[in-house]
Design a protein around this ligand. Sequence first.
Ligand code: HEM
Length: 388
Amino acid sequence: MILSLPSLRRNPGRKPDHHGGNFAAIGLRRDAPGFAIWLAILCALIAATLVLGGITRLTDSGLSITEWRPISGALPPLSAEDWQREFSKYQQIPQFAIVNPDMTLGEFRQIWFWEWTHRNLARALGLVFLLPFLVFWMRGAFNLRLWTTLFVLLLFGGMQGLVGWWMVQSGLTSDRVHVVPWRLMVHLLIPVALLGVLFAVLLTGLSASVNQVKSDPGKARPLSLMAYGLCGLTFLQMMLGALTAGNRAGRIYTDWPLMGGALVPESYADLTPFWHNLIENPAAVQFNHRILAYLLLAAAWLAFALQAKKARTGAWRHPFFLFAVLVTAQAALGIVTLIGASPIGLALAHQILGVVTWLGAITLLCRTSAVLPVRRTDDRDSSQEYLR
Ligand code: HEM
């Protein structure tokens, strides 16, 4: 089993730092309290914002706020006139005229609530990222490498607000009643990637074994390659899932295992040029999401079987096994969601389990590979330079 491979065995001589891990190995000064908790809170907030984004999309609430006011938009309308003004802005857009012409102010306030809560949670997340980052930085807690990693993540996080508006704008034009699917995909993938990297930083820091992996990468290489492959496939599958959701493809072909009564749906290549089908033809997008799910499922169990040959015992605890189980559950949930024509509850559960599966893939990666550059720290803490 992987945990007992010499290359991944815990280092008995190393004392854990006061975070209970080895954060100094990834560039944190030893006396920087709260860092692990901060990362864990950030991961939880990103996951919560993703879920709220899912609810916003599934309740068709995403176009209810037709402006981008990053600061003043944090406050809701405060009077009856303000509400009426906000509603009349929504009444100008095609979605109101074509999809919701009979909507009342009361109904509008409901969809508005979801979009506003999603935006405000994202604002809170931005502050929870930025302010502690500045405090840690001013206290000289990071070395250059850790600072750069976190700063790049912060930039991408900040950009996400802009990307959100770029996505919403695409649904306000005269020819559309929903946002452009591939913009929705970008808007989903940025936080998925951020969550993955932050979770990897957290896990690497918490792991007492990172130095050992780094020092003997040869032994872990095949496991590491499999984990990288599975992680890449999972990310690609999240991307296809986002396109499936963005194209509302889960409400079009609801038969399974066939699609529209055929192995490959007839309208797979209806659009020209061909590549348009890959992002905005619901039949092609859903078909690709199905096929990649089967591939991922097969790859996950194959990887487990290959490493289990070496492991012999304790397989249930193994991250390869956990990952294969997660993918199986997620595929089953995907099928049930599809057959039910994507009801909100199931579609949301499929999105949440998708995020958990992604975290399972990151765990697999961190257990088998030195994902972040780590260094031996036992006697050399004082030799690292920290930024102030
Ligand atoms: C096995 C791994 C799978 C992963 C990681 C995955 C992931 C995802 C993700 C991230 C979404 C987007 C959710 C959102 O933005 O709200 C999605 C949507 C969707 N997936 Fe999957 N999926 C998997 C398997 C499947 C399978 C096997 C099916 C059906 C055969 C399926 C059917 C769907 C449908 C219908 C949607 C759209 C739901 C909606 O309308 O909101 N998925 N998937």
